[in-house]
Ligand binder design. Structure first.
Ligand SMILES: [Zn+2]
Length: 402
């Protein structure tokens, strides 16, 4: 799925109507969670049961009925997503919190599927046809939604962000098949110095815009607290801060997407370290760079493009990958500040490149041994299309609320 995003231009009363639809979505989602929680043990509440429940809610509440029926289903599907995620975490015995579904208070979007809206045949305008009375709004942006047949548009989502309302189209472009251009094998090592270093000796620079933006964001944040509470100026400062945040999130996403696409398009096997990013962010010294490099975002896009280009992406256990010699296997102790790997066998490599080669070797071993045994230290990726869309959007709306 490709997501095309436009800014929405409408009248105040139309924005209020969008807010109302967003509120209804949250209501349905939370009702569905409650329904699942309260269901007797012997009753199986699955995706279909929740779907049926949305029909029941439509009979009960007028304002639910006003929302397009497929949009109501989308709302219960959201509930199902968080329930399913919880079940998966329990099943895979994920350490720590299992993420028991919670009631949402800050929903910012409503999602239509293939009905409840119609695109203007020539102009960039969309009309929402259900009884929420959003009506026709203008779409501002450079993407050309008209270049895709309407039947390719699977979802239309209205999102409230810091600087206004946006309309996102999820377009199914898998039909437009694009194939991999090469069958390379690549190991990636996340460093502090670079965004990543690969097993071919290439270093991908850290995006500087993030460092710069970070400073600006911090400054904007301080401004908020200098203004008096509840006053207009404070609200304005808040908005400035949120806008800056939003901009960085977009840049970060685009950067991760672009890189992940290149990597998957040229390689049949991609290996990376299965870093516990959550654990690492706790480590203060590393926190900045880990957040900066947006590693987890990159990882998600890797999964996405892996599926698209039929690339095998594996996460390997990073233990010893930086200490081991990628040539002879000897352990060469080094501290974080040692930048070169120098082994008695004559192997001399930049530290991260040595690690990247080790990572690739681990992945190869795992791949070759997989038929014989269930390789240890190998984690196969599970994220796929639909949930990715969900997650990426969540990332997008993560910027602070107004
Ligand atoms: Zn060696």
């Amino acid at each position: 799925m490709l997501v095309l995003e436009y800014k929405v231009k409408g009248k105040q009363q139309q924005y209020r109507a969008i807010d109302e639809a967003i509120k209804t979505t949250q209501f349905i989602r939370n009702k569905a969670i409650r329904y699942w929680m309260d269901a007797p043990k012997e009753m199986k509440v699955d995706k279909i049961a929740l779907n049926n429940y949305s029909t029941a809610l439509r009979k009960e509440f007028r304002f639910v009925k006003d929302l397009n029926s497929m949009a109501c289903q989308s709302a219960t599907e959201r509930a199902w997503l968080s329930i399913a995620r919880f079940y998966d975490n329990c099943k895979s015995k994920k350490p720590g919190k299992k993420g028991f579904p919670r009631f949402q208070k800050d929903n910012r979007s409503v999602e239509y599927k293939t009905s409840g809206w119609s695109l203007h045949p020539t102009k960039r305008r969309i009309t929402f046809t259900d009884k929420k009375d959003i009506g026709e709004v203008k779409l501002l942006g450079k993407w050309e939604i008209h270049t895709y047949p309407v039947k390719f548009i699977k979802r239309v989502r209205l999102v409230r962000k810091a600087d206004g309302y946006y309309c996102q189209f999820a377009v199914d472009i898998e039909g437009k098949h694009e194939s991999r251009t090469a069958d390379g094998e690549l190991g990636l090592d996340v460093g502090l110095e670079f965004f990543y270093s690969d097993s071919n000796g290439h270093h991908e620079e850290n995006p500087r815009f993030l460092r710069k933006a970070e400073k600006a964001i911090k400054q904007a944040q301080r401004q908020i607290y200098k203004k008096e509470k509840g006053k207009n100026n404070r609200r304005k400062a808040r908005r400035r801060y949120a806008k800056k945040h939003l901009r960085v999130n977009r840049q970060r996403n685009e950067h991760a997407l672009r890189l992940a696409r290149c990597v998957c398009k040229a390689n049949a096997l991609v290996a990376y370290e299965n870093l516990n990013v959550k654990g690492m962010v706790k480590n203060h010294r590393l926190a900045k760079s880990i957040n900066d490099v947006a590693w987890s975002l990159f990882r998600r896009w890797l999964e996405y493009f892996a599926r698209k280009f039929n690339t095998t992406v594996v996460a390997v256990n990073p233990r010893m990958t930086s200490q081991k010699c990628s040539d002879c296997g000897a352990i060469v102790k080094k501290s974080l500040s040692t930048r070169t790997h120098k082994c008695n066998c004559g192997c001399e490599l930049q530290r991260d490149v040595n690690a990247a080669i080790n990572i690739l070797n681990l992945a190869r071993q795992a791949r070759d041994g997989q038929s014989r045994s269930n390789a240890t230290g190998l984690v196969t990726s599970t994220l796929v299309g639909e949930s990715l869309l969900e997650q990426v959007t969540r990332k997008n709306v993560e910027s602070p609320c107004l």
